[in-house]
Design a protein around this ligand. Structure first.
Ligand code: E4P
Length: 217
């Protein structure tokens, strides 16, 4: 499973990129708004840090296919690595069809059912983003959705890649890898947690103590 970082914060993107563990970035209107920066400016900076797929979403206020197509073309023109993120609606699917025919890569977001993922794949989406955490939040096991989409895409040889999104914990990451998601997009806090285990810390402490006892500082 490949790992993307889910943020528009360039400091967090730099830290994860320096670790060598991420190969892409996803953003959304809430994440861009959180940074309080101009969309194009922040996206351009991200493309200068990570050499891989960068998802930039159409404006939250653009809901018609024509508007999404126009914005999608503008987002794609920012950099060859740009992926146009489009919400899962009828208008969104129409936009995906047109953009994918033009060779623009798309990521259909806000996927909460396997049927939505199937529709997005058939419309030509490069990626689908099922949201685990938000399903868990309403007491529906999000991981079941990932498993269903993996099975359906395998059944029919669909090439659309599955980005497990709305990841809230290291357990989510582990479960998504077991389920066969192509990618998990993860906040920096969870990436950092993934590096940790108490026995790792204890082991480092013991190695240092034993070494210093014989060789000193
Ligand atoms: C995915 O592409 C979204 O940006 C993100 O994963 C949403 O996560 P949230 O439910 O924690 O906001």
């Amino acid at each position: 499973m490949k790992l993307f970082i889910d943020t528009a914060n360039v400091e967090d993107i730099r830290k994860a990129n320096d670790m060598g563990v991420i190969c892409g970035v996803t953003t959304n209107p809430s994440l861009i708004a959180k940074e309080g920066r101009d969309f194009n400016e922040v996206i351009k900076e991200i493309t200068s840090i990570v050499d891989g797929p960068i998802s930039g979403e159409v404006k939250a206020t653009t809901t018609d296919a024509e508007g999404m197509i126009q914005e999608g073309r503008e987002i794609a023109a920012i950099h060859p690595n740009m992926i146009v993120k489009i919400p899962m609606t009828v208008e969104g699917l129409k936009a995906v069809k047109v953009l994918s025919a033009e060779g623009v890569k798309t990521n259909v977001t806000l996927i909460f059912t396997a049927n939505q993922a199937l529709l997005a794949a058939r419309a030509g989406a490069t990626y689908v983003s099922p949201f685990l955490g938000r399903l868990d939040d309403i007491s529906q096991p999000g991981i079941n959705l990932i498993e269903d989409i993996v099975t359906i895409f395998e059944n029919y040889g669909l090439e659309t890649e599955i980005i497990a999104a709305s990841i809230r914990s290291t357990i989510h990451v582990n479960d998504c890898a077991l389920a066969g998601a192509d990618i998990a997009t993860i906040p920096y806090s969870v990436i950092e947690q993934m590096t940790k285990h108490p026995l790792t810390d204890q082991g480092i402490e013991k190695f240092q103590k034993d070494y210093k006892a014989v060789f000193g500082e």
